[in-house]
Design a binder for this molecule. Sequence first.
Ligand code: FMN
Length: 152
Amino acid sequence: MRKILVLCSSCTGNTEMMAKAIVYYIQKQKHHVVYKSFEFDVIEVEELLDYDLVLIGTHSADDGQIPYEAEDFYDELSEVDLEGRLMGVFGSGESFYDVFCESIEIMGDQLEHLGAKLVPERLKVELEPDNEDIIRCEVFAEKACAMIHKVL
Ligand SMILES: Cc1cc2nc3c(=O)[nH]c(=O)nc-3n(C[C@H](O)[C@H](O)[C@H](O)COP(=O)(O)O)c2cc1C
C-alpha cells in the first residue's frame, strides 16, 4: 500500500468532482489516500515529502492564474526538494477564456522545474466533468498509480 495525497482548489465544485473521482479510483486500488482542500485545510509544502505520489488539482481563475487560496503553497514549493518526486496536475477550466486551464500549466511547469516527475498527461476538463471526463479522471489516476509501481 502506497501513500497518496490529492490536493484540490475548486470554487464551484468542478475540479472537486474530478478530485473525488481520482480519490475513489485510488481507494479501489487499496492505496492510502489523503484528500485536502486548499480552501479548508492547512497544507504545508513539507508534507509533500511524506507521500509516494501527490496529485494537485486547481481551477483556473482570472487570466488563468493560480487561485489565490493556492498561491502561498505555489510560492513555497521551491523550499522543498521535489527532485524525482512523483506528482501530477489536473483541473477544470473553460475554453471561452483566452488561456484554457492555464493554472494547471503554471503549476505543472513549476513542479517539473523543481525536478518532480509528472504524470505525462496534464488533465484538463471543460467545466463540469461529464461521464466521459470522469473516465478520463480514472485513467489519469490509473497512470499515476502505474508510475508508483514502476519507480518505487
Ligand atoms: C472570473 C473567472 C475567471 C476565469 N478565468 C479562466 C481562465 O482564465 N481560464 C480558464 O480556463 N477558465 C477560467 N474560468 C473558468 C473556470 O476555471 C471554470 O468555471 C472551472 O470549471 C471552475 O472550476 P471549479 O468549479 O473547480 O472552481 C474563469 C472563471 C471565472 C468565474
